[in-house]
Design a protein around this ligand. Structure first.
Ligand code: 1HN
Length: 355
């Protein structure tokens, strides 16, 4: 930007010379960058993006012929935002990938400070174990592996199993707060029977001595799709919200906060023919279609709209502060996740519901 519209060429040259001299001592003038540093509203570098499962499935399966889960440690094809290639991220703060595990394979136990979610998309018979408890992975199930919990995956069934991984990798990288270590065994021994956490923490009750810290992750680590779906269908007998249809957020049942402190997770039902009013929020959001299908219209600030016709298992991204609307061609269920809980505790999160 020309900061010196009425200035002389001599003054311009003097300033450029000054900038070069201070550059050598590690300084730069704020006034040349101030507008970009503190924009009037978010100007996300994230691009609206859409991955059709039908188009990418063959590549995920091909990865299964090229490398074993054990050799890869995690056999994942990363969904890279087209505007952020090479950075392993789907939004500025979040990572997403499609993970494949073939029958008989094991993805060995490890833990890291990054928090992870899984959303099961294809095939049956795999499991995830989190801190010594297994959970069988079924279509649409949402499973968490909170920060620093050991986790391993395996497939005792007959189908290749694919799920979406969502992690807060870019956020943790930004904070330089990443730690990781491998487990001492490939597969954790079963410390508790399957379902134990859901019975103890996920049935409107908690153990007598359970007094979690406010931002502690949920001890419920699996949110079965059957339950989520039943709730969404149940509330659909009432009136739809004009901006959200029927939408709920997942919680740590013991605190009411998000299941993990860095990633907010949501499930939404739109009845066939329903169209939401436009809406925007400051959390770039990743959507996954679980049932039905429809159209997402995402208006870039420039007014150049992206339209994505999504089907089950498709993934799409709505960048921060891009107004968007959803229209359902069929009874539709969407899962979504974002860094909203981080923005909320920092007092940064904003939304706008449009007419
Ligand atoms: C990870 O631990 C998993 O446990 C998946 O399945 C993807 C991407 C980056 C870093 C850790 C998993 C990951 C990951």
């Amino acid at each position: 930007m020309d900061r010196n519209p009425g200035g002389s060429a001599a003054q311009d040259a003097e300033r450029r010379d000054f900038y070069e001299r201070i550059d050598k001592v590690g300084m730069t003038p704020l006034w040349e960058v101030l507008g970009a540093l503190v924009p009037p509203q978010p100007k996300s570098p994230v691009a609206p993006a859409h991955w059709r499962y039908d188009s990418v499935r063959e590549h995920v399966m091909e990865a299964g012929r090229l490398i074993s889960a054990e050799e890869a440690e995690r056999r994942v094809l990363v969904l890279e935002n087209p505007a952020l290639r090479g950075q392993s991220c789907i939004t500025q703060s979040l990572y997403a990938g499609l993970q494949l595990i073939l029958p008989g394979e094991v993805a060995p136990a490890h833990r890291h400070t990054q928090s992870a979610l899984r959303l099961v998309l294809d095939g049956e018979g795999a499991y995830t174990a989190v801190d010594g408890e297994r959970t069988t992975m079924r279509f649409g199930d949402f499973i968490i592996t909170p920060s620093w919990t050991f986790h391993d995956h395996g497939n005792d069934g007959r189908d290749p199993v694919v799920w979406l991984d969502g992690l807060d990798i870019p956020l943790v990288r930004f904070l330089d707060a990443g730690f990781a270590e491998k487990g001492s065994v490939k597969s954790q021994l079963d410390a508790r029977p399957e379902g134990d956490a859901l019975h103890r923490y996920g049935s409107n009750m908690v153990p007598l001595d359970h007094a979690p810290m406010p931002h502690e992750p949920s001890r419920v680590f699996t949110y079965p799709f059957a339950r989520t779906r039943e709730s969404l269908v149940g509330i659909s007998r009432g009136a739809a919200d004009p901006h959200f249809g029927f939408k709920l957020r997942f919680v740590n049942p013991a605190t009411g906060r998000s299941p993990m402190p860095t990633i907010g997770t949501f499930a939404q039902r739109l009845a066939k023919g329903f169209a939401t009013r436009p809406y925007r929020s400051s959390d770039s959001t990743v959507y996954v279609c679980l049932e039905g299908g429809g159209r997402a219209t995402i208006d870039a600030a420039s007014g150049a709209a992206s339209t994505f016709d999504f089907a089950p298992r498709d993934v799409f991204v709505v960048p921060s502060w891009h107004a968007f609307a959803l229209a359902a061609n069929d009874d539709t269920i969407l899962f979504s996740f974002s860094d909203r809980p981080v923005q909320e505790v920092l007092g940064l999160w904003r939304e706008e519901k449009m007419a």
